[in-house]
Design a protein around this ligand. Sequence first.
Ligand code: HEC
Ligand code: HEC
Length: 243
Amino acid sequence: MHFAAQKMSVLVILLLTLPAVAQFPDKFTNLQVLPKDIPKADLQSTMRGFAFALDVRCPYCHVQRPGQGFDYAADDLDTKKTARVMLQMVATINRDYVGKIGKASPIQVECVTCHRGLTQPQPLRALLIEAADKQGVDAAINMYRDLRKRYYGTGQYDFGETPLNQLAEFLLAKGRNKDAVTVMELNFASNSPQSVWAYHMLAMSHQANGEIEKAKSDYRKVVELHPDDTWAKGQLESLSAPK
Ligand code: HEC
Ligand code: HEC
């Protein structure tokens, strides 16, 4: 079979076997935000957009009655009510704010702009800092490892150097110097960052934790990457000066 035709028939089989698509009603009785006369195809693609944006399926927002299937019009679930508030919020953002920045066709905010395949759209930095604050640095590191295993490469979270640099900054500001070293060493082991920022954070963590030889070699790396770094040079001089 021709490749495109084969792909097409796979798609057709997929659509035919998706029960939610087969049961999609023709009449809508409880639309409060979307236009009441919205064409079926538009409502269908809006609903599929919700599901993709949050990485959920229809039952996340719609109740199923035993023996009768979905009751799409019912408002039993809080998630559906929240989604309605979100719909109004997104419309307001686009109309009253993005629409007024003076561009002919500004980028529209969508559910996925914030949600990125998550029901709770929190950035990784916030999750890690909260875990480190409330449960300790090991909890934050386990969380980083678990989320990375589960989500790496699909865009829900940034697993690059930045959130770990930010976590180390938070820990240093709290005087949790050993924890900052642990986090920065994990960052280097997982991400091999080559940025001045990461080497600065590694150097400052080692220095604050009393690991002076390591701090000096980190500052040397900063100067290698960024020869004009007067601050790193100053740190190197003062760390090398006889006490
Ligand atoms: C994130 C929550 C959410 C998800 C997921 C979701 N929906 Fe909805 N759905 C809503 C909301 C909110 C409304 C009501 C919109 C309004 O009031 O204008 C609605 C309305 C509907 C309606 C119209 C019901 C009526 O009679 O008023 C249908 C049909 C529907 N959804 C089908 C689906 C299907 C099929 C899926 C899965 C592909 C789905 N929805 C996924 C939130 C969701
Ligand atoms: C500007 C960012 C933003 C946009 C855009 C956005 N949301 Fe949200 N949404 C949030 C935040 C933040 C929360 C979490 C609030 C909380 O639980 O503290 C949330 C929560 C939710 C929840 C509840 C999740 C739960 O588990 O309790 C649903 C459902 C939801 N959003 C649906 C949508 C839908 C559907 C759209 C598009 C119409 C949308 N959101 C657009 C920021 C956004």
